[in-house]
Design a binder for this molecule. Sequence first.
Ligand code: KG4
Ligand code: ZN
Length: 381
Amino acid sequence: MLPLVLPALGNSDNAAHMTQPLTILGIESSCDDTAAAIVRGVPGEAAVISSIIAGQSELHAPYGGVVPEIAARAHAEKLDSCVSKALEVADTGISEVDAIAVTSGPGLIGGVVSGVMLAKGLSAGSGIPLIGINHLAGHALTPRLTDGMHFPYLMLLVSGGHCQFLLVRGPTEFKRLGGTIDDAPGEAFDKVARLLALPQPGGPSVELQAKSGDPKRFRLPRPLLDRPGCDLSFSGLKTAVLRTRDKVIAEHGGIPQQDRADICASFQAAVSDVLAEKTRRALKILSEETNMPLSLAVAGGVAANQALRTALMDVCAEFECSFSAPPLTLCTDNAAMIAYAGIEKFSLGQTDDMTLSARPRWPLDQTSPAMIGSGKKGAKA
Ligand code: KG4
Ligand code: ZN
């Protein structure tokens, strides 16, 4: 249980015009990472004081994907200790916390409910304001935490569960310019690794192989490049890799090492080409909308890929656009981004009450049509 020292009710003033640094407790449990963090500061200038992440990959590994029931149970078991640890590492008592920010969607419902229930309990028991955060807003606002990036900017979110271009106009103003119509790119990397008997997670294994491969050896498709807009598709590319692998096996009775490396390099080049071209299109849209200098930020596990980063930096050079890729610990799922999004919302005076509920589907841009597909890590927003 949490070693809570409860403060008097209503320890925080209305935050609407607050300029004093805020101390926010963030809680994240929407997928397969249980996380809690303390972030302190003001919008555009904040620091991560503590960030605790309890991953679950070992629990899910035997099943080849995230099992929602296992994830929900693990969150329920780990949340208390993650919050305690985040407070302890930050040397902060709960009474010093100005607000509790919790992921209230989108994600796997069991995990989101666990986080929301804990946050509500803490808030009810302490009188500390509660703020429900959209997980994707957490990712999208991270460049403001790491680089103090100014609005508007373009965010490319690429992970095992997400894939979208977001125009970030303000703390709660997002426009989705496009996204995947089937799989997320991380899923494709993982699947390709499985096809080639490489270890999981697939991204780093495929990238390592690709270093000694020829990206032009196999001609793989560049899905949806022939269509206007910023939508993406990765499932056909996966199937093309499967066919290529089967052809190699038919010819050689197995997969020679050089062929494996060439398949990885060719696949990685296809993913990078598609993401780079769609980024080019998204930056064109952004440049038409604003007279300000352009900025691109990238987040999600796939953002660790060096070939992709290089391709995106080349596109940015064409547009004289600044490029930011947060450190990997803040690119992938974490609670610091949720706490930071809490700073932004609390500073606008936006808090929630005990009616806050978990939303498994919660698109950031309510005006965009719903995305198709549901990915290995649950519903895509
Ligand atoms: O953001 P993340 O840790 O978790 C979620 O999906 O929410 O992303 C994990 C994904 C995995 O699919 C993994 O294969 C991929 O990111 N990934 C990479 C690389 N490192 C991790 N993909 C390509 N290249 C990498 N270096
Ligand atoms: Zn995420």
